[in-house]
Design a protein. Structure first.
Ligand SMILES: C=CC1=C(C)c2cc3[nH]c(cc4nc(cc5[nH]c(cc1n2)c(C)c5CCC(=O)O)C(CCC(=O)O)=C4C)c(C)c3C=C
Ligand code: FE2
Ligand code: FE2
Length: 366
């Protein structure tokens, strides 16, 4: 028999609640090598992220990556760090607060919302413990990755499963697998682009950039590539773009293996050389701005494009706290919680009054 961690006794008198856990990737606690190293170690030790044999990878990671990469990326992180902290974390916190507020305004104050990070803090385990302690017997896990991939969404669910395995009194679990073609999400993206065009003018071409993954994951059945292409197509359709007016490409290549193509760097050079004029770039795979958008795309991408001969370059910010996105997130959450949300009639059935009939329970409440 496994031994489980101690848990507080079941509370017969406590109303059951619903928890929503937004989960994003994670980010270092500070923009310096000492904080980046343990984050990268945890991230890059995940076998869902780097799929090469553990013994071989362990040597590569500890010999060639962890001694050098944290120093290199510290300067990059520093260039995008906000006064409140890492952009990814700042936006994720804002999103969880706004979602809680919007659900409350729509009469669902029984829903608690927390956020967690797959790597770093606050951990999925700590936040699941917190929601459980607050009385959540139902839990929706919402990885903040619009396009499912094994290296992102699946590893979140793996971790949730690992935590559940330590619980005696487990909550019911629902998960959001992918929302790459969710109507609200697509409309929020299109709204973000249009809003940008209205205030800053419109470019000659739109680059739709997604985070890459190794090419072999596509060959092994990961749907990520297909989902990115579909998001790109739906966004272009929503914006009434002809095929010649946009390009989908993949950024952030890591390591020597082939990744999904076309690569963003090659695409920027090609578009720059072709005298495209003004290029606008949007990153629909990230719902929150982060290192990969604010540094790699907004700063490095601009240099690449201008050096290749491009005239002007605009990075369109991610969805962050835009109202259309919070609206879409609220709608997505409510859809996934269907049948779980309380109505006036069902509220009393969700208390744990095990010895009382419904009528007695109602009477006892008055
Ligand atoms: C949006 C989806 C993401 C996918 C898919 C993804 C795959 C993936 N990433 C790496 C390696 C690194 N990614 C890094 C940063 C990073 N990646 C994502 C998202 C996806 N990654 C985000 C949101 C961020 C930014 C984090 C932040 O703090 O702002 C990094 C760290 C930075 C660096 O050292 O360059 C690495 C490393 C792999 C190997 C991979 C797929 C297998
Ligand atoms: Fe990444
Ligand atoms: Fe495909």
């Amino acid at each position: 028999m496994p031994t489980f961690l101690p848990e507080p006794p079941f509370r017969h008198d406590q109303a059951s609640r619903i928890g929503v856990l937004l989960v994003n990737l994670g980010t270092p606690a500070a923009p310096n090598p000492a904080a980046i190293r343990p984050y990268l170690r945890q991230f890059l030790s995940d076998p869902r992220v780097v799929e090469i044999p553990r013994a071989v990878w362990w040597v590569i990671l500890n010999t060639f990556i962890l001694p050098f990469r944290p120093k290199k990326t510290a300067a990059k992180y520093a260039s995008v760090w906000m006064s409140e902290g890492s952009p990814l974390k700042v936006w994720t916190i804002k999103q969880s607060k706004l979602l809680k507020g919007w659900l409350g305004e729509q009469g669902h104050s029984e829903v608690l919302v927390e956020y967690a990070m797959r790597y770093g803090q606050p951990s999925i385990a700590a936040q699941m413990d917190k929601l459980k302690a607050a009385g959540c017997e139902k839990l929706l896990i919402l990885p903040l990755y619009p396009q499912y991939s094994a290296s992102t969404s699946a590893t979140v669910i793996d971790e949730v499963g690992r935590v559940l395995a330590t619980y005696r009194n487990q909550p019911a679990i629902r998960t959001v697998r992918s929302f790459h073609d969710d109507e609200g999400y697509i409309k929020a993206l299109a709204g973000r682009v249009r809003e940008y065009w209205q205030t800053k003018g419109r470019g000659d071409h739109l680059l739709i950039s997604f985070h890459g993954v190794p090419r072999y994951t596509l060959d092994k059945g990961d749907p990520y590539h297909c989902y990115c292409r579909k998001t790109g197509r739906l966004l272009a359709e929503e914006l009434d773009l002809a095929e010649s007016e946009y390009t989908v490409a993949f950024q952030s290549r890591f390591g020597r293996a082939e990744w999904l193509q076309p690569y963003v760097t090659a695409t920027l050079k090609k578009l720059g050389k072709a005298a495209t004029g003004r290029l606008d770039v949007v990153c629909p795979g990230f719902v929150a701005d982060c290192l990969e958008t604010l540094e790699e795309i907004a700063i490095e991408g601009k240099q690449d494009y201008l050096q290749a001969g491009g005239k002007d370059y605009h990075f369109i910010p991610c969805l962050n706290d835009s109202p259309l996105w919070i609206d879409a997130l609220t709608a997505l959450t409510k859809k996934e919680l269907s049948g779980w949300l309380l109505t006036d009639n069902t509220a009393i059935d969700n208390t744990q009054q095990c010895t009382l009939s419904r009528a007695q329970a109602l009477g006892a409440q008055n």
